[in-house]
Design a protein around this ligand. Structure first.
Ligand SMILES: [Zn+2]
Ligand SMILES: [Zn+2]
Length: 368
């Protein structure tokens, strides 16, 4: 019997987003219906707002949702109405990579996260007679109600601040996971983070939680550098400074053992690699489009340095979201300090604030 939901719909490339009522289908037997309480704005959403082609529209974005299970399909046994959940990325659950536990490398990742519909091409959303593309990252959580797969959903404790938890499913997971899952720095080691947005600041907090002795944040914005220092960075450098790489070498007496590139710009990937000690590992999580060529000094790489690309923090959300929440409750991952909330009716202001870098992590709220 379908449900009506307030949603932010992208109807024209570049926006603005249209806040309107859409109709959401009942969940299928293997799906759940979630009443969204909060949803972050991530740079991947902003990228689609700017670059969407007319055939992708109209489209509901949003992929950092948190909410409450409203209904479950007949075949769903792991979740029940009333459960509090965080949503993360979609994966097929059936391909070789999904079966061996690396769902983030699902063979159908692009189709099920960016395809604008379910794997079979259908969409659960419409406005009047018009089909609305959705299922973005299996979520489209800029809608009050979403239909998703139990695979996308991680149950969380009802005592947690639900409306703030959505970014754990993407941005915070990306930064914290690059440090805790991919790099796994030993206590006392040194780690540099390039760009102190939500992903970079999550990496800073995770590095401190891991016991790194030197945590160096690099960012052009003074307020971001100040926040990085509050959240655990031991040093904060201006990326516009004369020689950031040399500064990092001096601080670490020869080079950082680990680094995280959160931008993906060729010049920054190079810096993140060049600041490394020998041996050293750089995790690149920044995204500047799938075609993004970088020139490297192979002679530098040769001496035991590694450059690794990381998607979704190398995380299985079903185990990593609970791990991040344990750290949060131990006051070691205070990601709530990055969040500023905006009601759904102000989503265009929130998008603009995120675009201008005026907020670290904007979260859209729908009320409880
Ligand atoms: Zn798969
Ligand atoms: Zn994201």
């Amino acid at each position: 019997m379908a449900i009506t939901a307030t949603a932010a719909v992208l109807r024209a490339p570049g926006g603005p987003l249209s806040v309107e009522e859409v109709v959401v289908e009942d969940p299928r037997p293997d799906e759940v219906l979630v009443r969204i309480v909060g949803s972050g704005i991530c740079h991947t959403d902003l990228g689609i707002v700017t670059t969407a082609s007319p055939e992708q529209l109209p489209l509901i974005l949003g992929h950092e949702g948190s909410g409450v299970i409203e209904a479950v399909g007949d075949r769903v046994t792991t979740l029940a109405p009333g459960d509090h959940v965080v949503l993360s990325y979609a994966y097929c659950g059936e391909c070789d990579n999904c079966r061996r536990g690396v769902q983030r490398h699902c063979r159908s990742f692009m189709a099920v996260n960016f395809g604008g519909g379910r794997a079979d091409g259908t969409t659960a959303y419409r406005a009047g007679d018009e089909a609305v593309h959705g299922h973005f990252f299996g979520q489209s959580s800029w809608s009050r109600y979403v239909v998703t797969s139990p695979r996308n959903v991680v149950k969380v404790d009802a005592s947690l601040p639900l409306e703030l938890l959505g970014p754990l499913g993407c941005g915070i997971q990306t930064g914290a996971g690059a440090v805790l899952n991919t790099l796994d720095p030993e206590p006392g080691s040194s780690l540099a983070v390039f760009a102190a947005g939500s992903v970079g600041l999550a990496a800073v907090m995770a590095a401190k939680a891991a016991g790194c002795a030197s945590v160096i944040a690099v960012d052009p914005q003074p307020d971001r550098r100040a926040l990085a220092l509050e959240l655990g960075a031991t040093h904060a450098l201006d990326s516009a400074g004369p020689d950031v790489v040399e500064e990092i070498r001096e601080i670490t007496q020869g080079g950082a053992q680990y680094s995280v590139d959160c931008l993906g710009l060729p010049s920054v990937v190079r810096q993140a690699l060049e600041c490394l000690a020998s041996p050293g590992v750089c995790a690149s999580v920044g995204f500047q489009g799938v075609d993004n060529e970088v020139t490297l000094n192979q002679g530098h790489l040769l001496f035991g340095r590694t450059l690794i690309g990381v998607i979704e923090g190398d995380a299985d959300p079903h185990t990593f979201v609970p791990r991040m929440l344990d750290l949060f409750q131990a006051k070691q991952l205070p990601f709530d300090r990055l969040v500023q909330t905006f009601p759904i009716g102000e989503i265009n202001e929130a998008v603009e604030a995120a675009h201008q870098g005026q907020v670290v992590k904007a979260v859209i709220t729908f009320g409880h």
